[in-house]
Write a new protein. Structure first.
Length: 212
């Protein structure tokens, strides 16, 4: 529960409030590939991601995943479902082993949301998600597949090196074959270099020319 103290939401809470927050919270761990929540499911807990990578997606009529968002620690997850008392609009799946803090939302609302700093920080969290949605739309409608891959490697090098190709392809809404072709192109250009079973990013700044 020490992770609560590291979360920027609660930076300025006095010690007694932090202790109360811990009392109304619990920790839950997940395995890689495990579902944190399903589309249509309801919850009475506010969720904070403290470890792992959580992928948010919807499925089309053919059962294909459409990735909407990817969360990294520390992040509030789908807080809108708590504020609006609505079901989850999409499914959350862990791409790695993960851990979350679940806070009793009814008690949190009654005891913490009246604090102006906490309320303002939640507003900032919601605006960040709107900004990310605009980013996703721009990526899918404006950037080419090559630009999307270059941007992902530039901004998330660690995830590029740790995730499987099909997982990265899902995140970028491209096929694994397209991803492989683009990686091959970057190898020929000397941007990437194969090292045993993984890659080394040799010319990180060269990636920027593909998406800027």
């Amino acid at each position: 529960m020490e992770a609560i103290e590291k979360f920027y939401f609660f930076d300025n809470l006095p010690k007694d409030k932090l202790e109360r927050l811990k009392e109304i919270s619990k920790v839950k761990t997940f395995n890689k590939g495990e579902i944190a929540f399903f589309e249509g499911e309801r919850t009475d807990h506010l969720m904070i991601l403290t470890q792992g990578i959580l992928q948010i997606y919807k499925s089309d009529a053919k059962g294909n995943k459409i990735v909407l968002h990817v969360f990294y620690p520390y992040s509030l997850i789908a807080e809108i479902v708590n504020f609006e008392h609505m079901p989850y609009p999409a499914t959350g799946e862990f791409l790695t082993e993960g851990k979350v803090i679940l806070i009793d939302y009814e008690k949190f609302e009654n005891e913490f949301l009246k604090d102006p700093e906490v309320a303002f920080t939640i507003i900032k969290s919601l605006t960040n998600k709107i900004r990310y949605l605009e980013h996703v739309i721009t990526n899918d409608l404006v950037l080419s597949s090559t630009a999307r891959v270059a941007k992902f490697i530039y901004e998330h090098e660690r995830e590029f090196l740790s995730l499987k190709k099909n997982e990265i392809a899902e995140l970028l809404n491209i096929t694994p074959e397209t991803l492989s072709r683009i990686i091959g192109k970057f190898k020929k250009l000397g941007i990437l270099e194969k090292d045993k079973s993984n890659y080394v990013v040799k010319e990180r700044e060269a990636l920027r020319s593909f998406f800027e």
